[in-house]
Design a protein around this ligand. Structure first.
Ligand SMILES: [Zn+2]
Length: 85
């Protein structure tokens, strides 16, 4: 199967992440709970932000910002439901 480099994702992902992601449902890897991301528990510190499942406390996502860069990880989310209008 032919593959493309990551630049080929720019168009398709722009459609998915051009909205308020807190309104989407995310499935927790820890307990399987599906909940709107806005309901998650968010902990902020100087080191960054940790987003935890409101059902089991599993880490859903991390966000680290430094200057003009940010690192976002969704290692604790198995799927995000995107509603198309
Ligand atoms: Zn959970």
């Amino acid at each position: 199967m032919q593959h493309f480099d990551g630049n080929s994702l720019a168009g398709p992902l722009a459609d998915f992440f051009a909205f308020d992601i807190t309104t989407t449902n995310a499935r927790c890897n820890g307990c399987g709970n599906v909940s709107e991301l806005a309901r998650a528990m968010v902990y902020r510190s100087d080191a960054g932000t940790v987003v935890r499942c409101d059902s089991c406390d599993h880490v859903l996502a991390t966000l680290v910002e430094a200057g003009d860069r940010a690192w976002i990880g969704f290692s604790g989310v198995s799927a995000i439901e995107v509603r198309r209008s």
